[in-house]
Write a protein that binds this ligand. Structure first.
Ligand SMILES: C[S@@+](CC[C@H](N)C(=O)[O-])C[C@H]1O[C@@H](n2cnc3c(N)ncnc32)[C@H](O)[C@@H]1O
Length: 471
């Protein structure tokens, strides 16, 4: 469990080799339009040539994706772009989340040590971006855990070509580093990821799901023909549910873009998984970012749960592409939404009751005290903070300390501004801040008048949630 303001992603030296040498030369030798270019080193004219596809793909990956996402990876132009720019970008997100949750990674490694195999399912694998992030994470571990087991990747994607490309790159990585040599294998399953539960034999040490649910939900898993109708979430939940009995070790990590639609979809899928009792409704079922297993307060509405972590993704070509995409500004952050479920056999350590995750940046409104939102079940809590603060999104705070400082908290609702107005008036009359109950959980009690979860989300009602596991 890691607070974010003290965290910066660390990248191993292998990263630079991969993104500046290995991938560019592989792409050039497989995707150059002219045979005479293929064997020459990747240089600025190549960057210029391949940037066109990167720019187009980047435009396609906006929040307003077309209803039927084109099969962009069928096209060599976009496969090469994905490898050059999106693999480093998305792998950096996985690499970051792995570092944020060392406990989950330890669980995956422990399972691999017990079984002799680190078996990793990568759903919607593309070129195996998440798997590549994992290999780089392993190369960054000082105690060389990978020398004690084999590493078997099982990739699932509709597009065989991009997986073949990725497999070639993984083979290049594993043959380059003695630590990985002869230990890594990749099995490709071309088809919908929702088949993974039927196809995976035996236990998994880790299941990775990267940047696919928002696409899949609109494709074969999302039957809605109406752009504005809610996307059917039950299919991804069912498909994930088939995997849960095989999920051991580090559990299942879902990473999606930081934008609202994708993030709220992750939150809704998370809630439904808990509601359906696919995992026990306990804090130990989740590695992060949630510190509780109650309903996500940001699964709908104006705000959404996402994080920005300082990260200077290494690589001169990556920097060139990202600067060109954002008019000269360098990428200093990785941004994503995620949820990481723990396997019941390898549970996470539940957070202490007095800890809360900050789920907003400091909110500043003219004439009002600054505040932040805290993650509470069902609805966020607004917490008044001093004008100068180091608190930021993703931090974990101790609400017992909150009681001992001038930081104040209260329910966030539609009446917020009115409440704030009243609070300010009381402050002027010298009756503010109010005293808080000794038990912070009482101070943060949720509003029982809210709609039920199922009502609010339009899910079918299944009766009260119990902590018992489904038989
Ligand atoms: C944005 S890419 C993500 C690739 C990789 N996971 C990453 O994080 O970079 C989305 C991938 O999902 C695949 N995809 C989309 N819908 C799918 C589905 N229903 N089943 C399997 N793969 C799917 C696409 O072919 C594509 O490779």
């Amino acid at each position: 469990m890691q607070s974010h303001s003290t965290f910066q992603t660390r990248f191993p030296p292998a990263w630079l080799w991969l993104v500046d040498e290995a991938i560019p030369s592989w792409v050039k030798s497989h995707y150059s339009p002219k045979a005479s270019w293929k064997d020459k080193p990747f240089g600025p004219p190549d960057a210029e040539f391949f940037f066109k596809g990167i720019k187009e793909l980047s435009e396609l990956f906006t929040e307003d994706r077309p209803k039927h996402m084109p099969h962009y990876l069928n096209h060599p132009r976009y496969r090469s772009s994905y490898l050059l720019y999106f693999v480093p970008l998305q792998a950096a997100k996985f690499h970051t989340v792995f570092q944020l949750h060392p406990g989950a990674m330890d669980a995956a490694i422990k399972h691999a040590q017990q079984t002799g195999v680190l078996r990793v399912a990568d759903l919607g694998a593309g070129p195996g971006t998440a798997s590549i992030g994992l290999l780089l994470w392993l190369l960054d571990q000082k105690n060389k855990p990978e020398s004690q087991f084999k590493i078997e990747f099982e990739w699932f994607d509709m597009n065989r070509s991009i997986m073949e490309d990725g497999k070639s790159i993984v083979e290049m990585i594993s043959s380059h580093f003695p630590r990985l040599r002869d230990r890594v294998s990749v099995k490709i399953h071309a088809g919908p990821w929702s088949n993974a539960g039927h196809l995976i034999q035996g236990e998994t040490s880790l299941i990775l799901v990267g940047h696919v649910l928002n696409e899949a939900a609109r494709g074969e898993l999302g039957p809605s023909s109406d752009e504005h109708a809610p996307v059917d979430r039950s299919s991804p939940v069912k498909a994930l549910g088939r995997l849960f009995p095989k999920m051991k070790g580090g559990g299942v990590l879902i990473v999606e873009p930081a934008e609202r639609r994708s993030s709220q979809m992750v939150s809704q899928i998370r809630d439904q998984i808990i509601e359906d009792e696919l995992v026990p409704a306990e804090g130990s079922s989740i590695w992060g970012p949630c510190l509780h297993a109650g309903r996500c307060p940001l699964a709908s509405g104006r705000d959404w749960c996402h994080f920005s972590i300082p990260a200077e993704i290494p690589g001169k070509w990556f920097r060139t592409f990202s600067k060109n995409l954002s008019s000269g500004t360098e990428k200093q952050w990785v941004k994503f939404s995620y949820v990481w479920f723990a396997s019941p056999d390898y549970p996470s350590k539940p957070a202490a009751a007095h800890l809360r995750r900050v789920i907003s940046d400091p909110l500043k409104k003219p004439g009002l005290p600054n505040s932040i939102l805290l993650c509470e079940q069902d609805r966020p809590r607004r917490l008044e903070i001093p004008p100068v603060t180091h608190l930021k999104r993703g931090d974990i705070i101790n609400v017992l300390q909150v009681n001992n400082t001038s930081i104040k908290s209260r329910a966030k609702g539609e009446e917020d501004d009115e409440l704030f107005g009243r609070a300010m008036a009381r402050k002027k009359r010298g009756k503010f801040p109010p005293k808080y109950p000794a038990n912070p959980d009482h101070a943060f009690e949720s509003d029982s008048s809210r709609k039920s979860f199922s009502e609010a989300r339009g899910y079918k009602t299944r009766g009260p949630r119990s902590s018992k596991k489904k038989k």
